[in-house]
Design a protein around this ligand. Sequence first.
Ligand code: UDP
Length: 486
Amino acid sequence: MAFAGEGGSDGQRKLRVFFIPFFAASHIIPMTELACLFAGHPGVEPTIVTTPANANLIRPTLDHHAASGCHVHLLLHPFPSVDLPASVENLSTVSAEESWKIYKAVELCRDIHHKLLTHHVPDAIIADIPYWWTTDIAGELGIPRITFHVVGVFPQIIMNNLAKNRVHDNVPNDSHPFTIPDLPGPSITMVKSELPEFLRLHDHVTHAWDNMKRSQLESYGVVVNTFYELEREYCDLFKVVDSQRAWFVGPLALRGKREVEASFNKERCMRWLEKKEVGSVVFVCFGSWYHFKDEQLRELALGLEGSGKDFIWVVRGDDEKMKMEWMPEGYEERVKEKGLVVKGWVPQAAILGHEGVGVFMTHCGWNSVLEGLSFGKPVLTWPLVFDQFINERFLVEVLKVGVRVWDGFRSSSENDKDKVVVPAEAIARAMKKFSESNEEEMKKRAVQWKEIAGDAVEEGGSSYKDLNCLINELLMFNKKKKNGSQ
Ligand code: UDP
């Protein structure tokens, strides 16, 4: 990628940018992709600040980039002591019961970051949203802190509005629909049970929310993994109400080279897909950390089988789940012609990019939203937690590229016991109905998004320009600071 503007190989010291990702694969992967893009600029020296096990996740990607001359450094600190097994350092590897310890570890990073940043004094910090204190540290050091968001602008605006207006506090019950206030675009209704837990209860996000928002608004600007054309009117509003400056640089999955996933089941999935007809396979994946309860896994297994469709299904879970005792007897043998069940991790972006995949059954995590669109796949939506029900509205009601798997009661609770088990028949029905009725129109729209997303990251596209702009602003800030005018 060629960059225009300030800095370069003129013998001056490079701009040292520190990237600090939250402890979850879905944050670390796109932030690494962003750091690698920065490394393509001759005037920039990016460093990722993280812990040893999280560094292992991204090392293959960093090595790959280093081989082509783009170096991203790693600055490691120990994972804070929160009584987790060795090497369990992110949401993707922790058990559901112990996930709160990851958030505890985040809080404990405050002092670690202060020590590291005041010792190394970078020229700019790009830190994930939970690390709100980095705006204050950047202020002490007289350098810019950019807030990094893996969540799209549409869900951010809705969550902000609800956190401010709290219209959901006045509904008679959890299933009573209400309209999101102050939102551009089509009117969107939600029900309370589907709102992120932090808006309904008092959790770790509620606790940190005011600090995170203040820190975002006081930070130099916000960089978001989205692209302007996708969320145009929401991006315009976001620039005014939620940031001093904003850059929309995604989809990062289309821009980075995702070596992180290369070794995990890639060959197996690709070989299996090669034998399938174009557009015949439903790819079923629910992100990097959510674990279904056994009963739901069993119903899902039977639903996929009952649909009669070809599928690749990624099953995640702790060691207990991975023993597959929940699986109906003889299941894998029975479905082996139609279905591939993969335990753990697959190369999602590569699978979505394969022409054999026709539909993406997704939990609507924002990375998955972007990746589905980037590869032009319509979606069957099954949101589970946090912003995912809001993202579903975006896919189904704003973009009209998907339909819901289940229309009964749904809860965004992270606690399994609050979720209604979606029965196998409903899953099979949704899959059949989708391909019989709506698929062609949705496919067309999804393919259009693929083209628009591709254009955004190409030279001269909106995301390409925004990234250039961000880097140049940081270089300029640094130059002015050195000249004493910042
Ligand atoms: N992912 C993957 N393989 C898997 C599961 C997830 O590559 O088996 C990647 C996926 O491509 C996406 C990220 O992990 O980039 C998941 O992020 P998302 O925001 O969709 O969901 P979350 O993990 O936060 O629930």
